[in-house]
Design a protein around this ligand. Structure first.
Ligand code: 13P
Length: 275
């Protein structure tokens, strides 16, 4: 009887080691699922109060870390309304502590008002505000030095994907971060294919997993095996309650960065996608 039980245990371990690519395996990764809501330049006092109320009253999976990226002007307001276990992120921050930089905010200021994260390198910052790989990496380094956690965004355009350059582009963007970031403990990478952002055209779970697996290998080859195993990689681009569960099953997808749907009650379902 004992021998039989041991055999069953061994067989099931072997099965998981070799075949399980769904959420069992990703849960076993030890990486805490992390879902960010990026509100972008949306919301007013009324709608923000409504979203915060939804997040305060809904049962949120305690195994998921939640971070809200709020417009700078509403950060303090949102901090006071959000449940305290929900993290708060600026959507940008400059690379120095203070000075004559009209219109900018610094990581020190974000920390001062109770934000603990900042989103950097979003494709909208790259494309519309012409932020370079280098500037984004400098911002990331400074934010980490100041004690903020960083959601470091990367992702290819449709043109780059169609030219077969996806891996090359994300590797270049990661390389720029890696030249500045020395400690990856407080970093989450958000892979957001630009063609999937705000278009309703989500990457399929397999398409997303393929790039996430490439990034995992890149980290192993270029940073370290430890960082590769522990760094969380979010997927972003038209994530909704309807597609989150399937995406969340992929072994290298450790969460989401959500735009449009994070402004709606369905964000709760996305947070709970692993349940
Ligand atoms: P959407 O979820 O609206 O496509 O936006 C994704 C995004 O840019 C999150 O940072």
């Amino acid at each position: 009887m004992k021998v039989r039980r041991r055999l069953v245990q061994q067989t099931s371990r072997w099965f998981y080691a070799n075949f399980s690519t769904d959420c069992n395996e990703s849960n076993m990764s030890g990486r805490k699922f992390c879902v960010g809501g990026n509100w972008k330049m949306n919301g007013d006092q009324k709608s923000i109060a409504d979203i915060c109320k939804t997040l305060s009253s809904a049962p949120l999976d305690p195994n998921t870390e939640v971070v809200i990226g709020c417009p700078a002007i509403y950060l303090m307001y949102a901090r006071n309304l959000l449940p305290c276990e929900v993290g708060l992120a600026g959507q940008n921050a400059y690379k120095v502590e203070k000075g004559a930089f009209t219109g900018e905010i610094s990581p020190a200021m974000l920390k001062d008002i109770g934000a603990d994260w900042v989103i950097l390198g979003h494709s909208e910052r790259r494309a519309i505000f012409k932020e370079s790989d280098e500037l984004i990496a400098e911002k990331a380094q400074h934010a980490l030095d100041q004690g903020l956690k960083v959601i470091a965004c990367i992702g290819e355009t449709l043109e780059e994907r169609e030219a077969g350059k996806t891996n090359e582009v994300v590797a270049r963007q990661m390389c720029a971060y890696a030249q500045k970031i020395k400690d990856w403990q407080n970093v989450v990478v958000a892979y957001e294919p630009v063609w999937a952002i705000g278009t309703g055209k989500t990457a399929t779970p397999d398409q997303a997993q393929e790039v996430h697996a490439f990034l995992r290998q890149w980290l192993s080859d270029n940073i370290s095996k430890d960082v590769s195993a522990s760094l969380r990689i979010q997927y972003g681009g038209s994530v909704t309650a309807a597609n989150a569960k399937e995406l969340a099953k992929k072994p290298d997808i450790d969460g989401f960065l959500v735009g449009g749907a994070s402004l709606k009650p369905e964000f709760v379902e996305i947070i709970n996608a692993r349940q």
